[in-house]
Ligand binder design. Structure first.
Ligand SMILES: C[S@@+](CC[C@H](N)C(=O)[O-])C[C@H]1O[C@@H](n2cnc3c(N)ncnc32)[C@H](O)[C@@H]1O
Length: 293
């Protein structure tokens, strides 16, 4: 019977169509879910890719920066080495080290004394003196005849004076120590001063009357007062005294220390004071007075 089969087929078709719609809805849901999931994955993947590329470019930047820093360090190191060689050469080839080598070979017991004469403290005290002298423009008209008493090795004071005194005609040095005198000869050979340098022993034993423009002593503590020898200088013009002493009484050879610049001036008969001052050197104070009787 055809109609029975027809009706069954009709019902089955409806059921089939209903099931198909339901399956289709389910399929659409799955598709939506899938798209959402893959979209999320794509997003995460894109985020990871962005982060990766950010990390990669940061790494590249760091590598470039590192290369630059490394190059800079190598240049700095090269400069350090160059400066070290330059400074060592400056010291090694300076007359100070040449004379030091001579002393080490010939009078090793004097080597430390020579080093002492170029220490920061010694240099600072001479620098202080020369700065004050320079500001006065001494020696511009009359080339100066200078005396340095207790001259020790002569240098570096002589070298520094050349910068402070406009024109030097001659320098008389006084020091009874014969090794010091020999060292002065060595320095003279290396520095070749353009003026004469004469050497004498004990200052207090010279008694000819002379014209001198400036009398320096940076070691007044080592000897009697310089002012005692005033009678041996003519007063046309009166010499300018430039004296330094200190209050460091602990050394036996410091026989004539002072407590102030005023005391130094007074002991040496300096009344026309152009400068007086003091400087703290840590374990002692150094005093300086510049002026005329
Ligand atoms: C060792 S130095 C001291 C240097 C001092 N601290 C300075 O800054 O100039 C002192 C020098 O004075 C010298 N001296 C001592 N009595 C002297 C005198 N009567 N005449 C000349 N020089 C003298 C010594 O021989 C010595 O070389």
């Amino acid at each position: 019977m055809f109609i029975k089969d027809f009706k069954k087929a009709e019902i089955d078709l409806k059921i089939l169509q209903r099931d198909r719609r339901a399956a289709n809805i389910e399929w659409q849901r799955c598709v939506g879910l899938w798209e959402k999931t893959t979209g999320q994955w794509d997003k995460e993947e894109a985020k990871r890719a962005r982060e990766e590329s950010k990390r990669a470019s940061e790494k590249r930047r760091n590598e470039v920066e590192w290369e630059r820093t490394k190059g800079e360090w190598e240049r700095t190191l090269g400069q350090f080495e160059k400066d070290e060689i330059r400074n060592t050469n400056t010291m090694e080839f300076s007359p100070y080290y040449k004379v030091k080598r001579f002393l080490e070979e010939t009078y090793p017991e004097y080597a430390s004394s020579l080093l002492d004469s170029i220490t920061d403290g010694q240099y600072e005290s001479k620098k202080w003196m020369c700065q004050v002298l320079k500001s006065e423009h001494f020696g511009s008209k009359d080339p100066f005849k200078i005396e340095i008493i207790g001259s020790w090795f002569g240098w570096p004071l002589i070298e520094m004076l050349e910068d402070a005194i406009e024109k030097i005609e001659q320098i008389d040095l006084y020091d009874p120590d014969e090794v010091c005198q020999e060292v002065v000869q060595k320095y003279k050979y290396h520095f070749k001063p353009s003026y004469s340098i004469n050497q004498f022993g004990d200052y207090f034993e010279r008694n000819d009357k002379r014209i001198r423009h400036m009398i320096l002593c940076t070691s007044c503590e080592h000897m009697p007062d310089i002012g005692e020898m005033k009678e041996y200088y003519k007063d046309t013009p009166k010499p300018i005294y430039v004296l330094q002493s200190n209050d460091y009484t602990d050394l036996s050879e410091h026989e004539n220390c002072v407590e102030s610049a005023e005391e130094l001036a007074e002991k040496n008969g300096i009344t026309d004071i152009m400068y007086k001052g003091e400087k703290d050197f840590g374990y002692y104070t150094r005093f300086m007075v510049i002026g005329r009787w």
